[in-house]
Design a protein around this ligand. Structure first.
Ligand SMILES: Nc1ncnc2c1ncn2[C@@H]1O[C@H](COP(=O)(O)OP(=O)(O)OP(=O)(O)O)[C@@H](O)[C@H]1O
Ligand SMILES: [Mg+2]
Length: 478
């Protein structure tokens, strides 16, 4: 049985717990009011609207104001019903950004603490009140992706935020979170609630095709996803059925006008016997889907071309090939790089490896771009990977393959190719050229009919190897 003393100490404990609860609630309330006041202060437009509304209320009374507010709400609702996308672009997303901009700072401290986004200032080391990133701005993009700009406290780096991305996504009930580096001391956190890339992307033709921006599909923010093909090589990695074929065909589609003009030639090498590239082989200046020896010979012909171009460039003192109709840029597409050598004899494998190595290290300046697809980025491909400056990671089986394909730190920045659903083939991650930032994209899809129609417009059969001049009497006696 508890003594009087024990009962008194139990009651004290309860009282002190209740006091702690009250203190915590009050401090939460105070910080919420402070956050609200701060976020209002930084939104003069909102304050202006609030002031006008209050003044109107005082001057005319509540009734006309309520009618006006109702009118605005009804107009917005009708707009939303009639043209939801236009409404969202011009009004909905700004309203959503405004609301989140007010709400998020209020709940942020608690979420940040739970997500482990805390830093201890070396000067104060206040363990009970650690420094946390502060929300500077909240935006909602046209593609319904939320972007939160955080100001980092002393002692916290973007990498610290990166390691907590999964926690941040859970805290905000987002399916995905990633960071986009900003200026020093700041970082954007992107939150995806509803996948803007869930719908199939249809290919769009640019009016003025450029080798520096070949359209491949759509970025998550709804803008065109285009890649530079001049002066680079491209690696596309993805598990079976991840949509590597769609990237290759979107690229061929994007190049079609340049191929017609004659400033670009596409060569196709399909180790799977023509299953992938065969349906559009009219587009290719050279197409090989036969034996490993034949594919090897095609690559060696390209090496010879490279050598000739390198000599020609050196003669005129140029360092980068300029595509012309007479000397077109060559894009060689290899579907399934690993299969290229899988069934070849040792001597042929060595020749293929040598030719590929030469093309990847010396082809860029000579107007030759290698575009290769691989299913398993970890196997034999590892030797080639670093020679491809541009890399695309479609759905992958394994999280460790992320950095293997996109380079060190890609996973920390939020690339999650292993989370891509099998229901969204063609979705992948790329690095934004010249930056560390990662972008989620979806390749455009040409279905069988579209591909057949494209193939049909290129009726000229692939160029046969030049006939070998044979000395001797003309069989027709000319
Ligand atoms: N971008 C896309 N949009 C919509 N559907 C797509 C897209 N890409 C591919 N698909 C669908 O997914 C299927 C598999 O795609 P695809 O053949 O391109 O995969 P893959 O990566 O080349 O596979 P594999 O390694 O087995 O050749 C296609 O038949 C098509 O139905
Ligand atoms: Mg394929």
């Amino acid at each position: 049985m508890a003594t009087n003393g024990e009962r008194a100490s139990g009651a004290d404990d309860l009282a002190s717990m209740a006091l702690d609860g009250v203190v915590e609630t009050v401090s939460l309330l105070v910080s919420a009011i402070a956050a609200l006041a701060w976020s209002l202060l930084r939104r003069p437009l909102l304050v202006l609207v609030g002031t006008v509304v209050t003044a109107g209320w005082l001057r005319f009374g509540a009734e006309p104001l309520a009618v006006a507010a109702l009118g605005v709400v009804v107009a917005l609702v009708i707009w939303r019903i009639i043209a939801p996308d236009v409404y969202f672009s011009y009004a909905g997303r700004h309203l959503a950004g405004l609301v989140r901009g007010v709400v998020y700072p209020i709940i942020w401290r608690r979420l940040a603490r739970r997500a482990g986004l805390t830093a201890y200032d070396a000067r104060s080391l206040r363990e009970d009140d650690p420094d946390m990133p502060a929300i500077v701005r909240v935006r909602v993009t046209r593609a319904r992706v939320e972007r939160i700009l955080l100001r980092l406290p002393v002692g916290m780096s973007p990498d610290d935020v990166a390691t907590r991305l999964d926690h941040i996504a859970t805290a905000f009930r987002a399916s995905e979170a990633r960071i986009v580096p900003h200026k020093p001391g700041f970082v954007w956190v992107e939150l995806v609630h509803k996948d803007p890339l869930a719908r199939v992307v249809t290919p769009t033709g640019g009016a003025d095709p450029l080798l520096s921006a070949v359209p491949l599909g759509r970025n998550e923010d709804g803008s065109l996803w285009a890649v530079r093909l001049r002066g680079t090589h491209l690696l596309i990695a993805g598990a079976t059925g991840s949509g590597k074929g769609s990237v290759l065909w979107a690229m061929a589609f994007g190049l079609r006008d340049l191929v017609r003009r004659g400033t670009v030639e596409i060569w196709g090498i399909d180790p799977k016997g023509g299953m992938e590239l065969g349906p559009g082989k009219n587009l290719f200046a050279r197409f090989e889907a036969g034996s490993p020896e034949a594919m090897c010979a095609t690559l060696e012909d390209l090496v010879t071309l490279k050598d000739e171009r390198a000599r020609a460039l050196a003669d005129v003192g140029l360092r980068l090939h300029e595509p012309t109709v007479r000397v077109p840029h060559v894009v060689v597409i290899i579907d399934e790089l690993a299969t290229l050598t899988a069934f070849a004899e040792r001597a042929v494998v060595r020749r293929i490896e040598q030719a590929l190595g030469l093309l990847l290290t010396q082809g860029r300046a000579c107007g030759i771009t290698v575009v290769a697809a691989v299913q398993d980025p970890g196997k034999d491909v590892v030797t080639w990977r670093d020679l491809f400056p541009t890399r695309i990671a479609l759905r992958l089986d394994n999280p460790i393959q992320t950095d293997m394909v996109l380079g060190d730190g890609a996973r920390d920045l939020g690339a999650r190719p292993d989370h891509i659903s099998e229901l969204t083939p063609g979705v992948g991650y790329v690095r934004v050229e010249g930056t560390r930032a990662i972008r989620r994209v979806r390749a455009a899809y040409l279905d069988d009919d579209a591909l057949a129609a494209l193939n049909q417009t290129f009726v000229t059969p692939p160029t046969e190897p030049a006939p070998v001049a044979v000395a001797g009497p003309d069989p027709q006696g000319r």
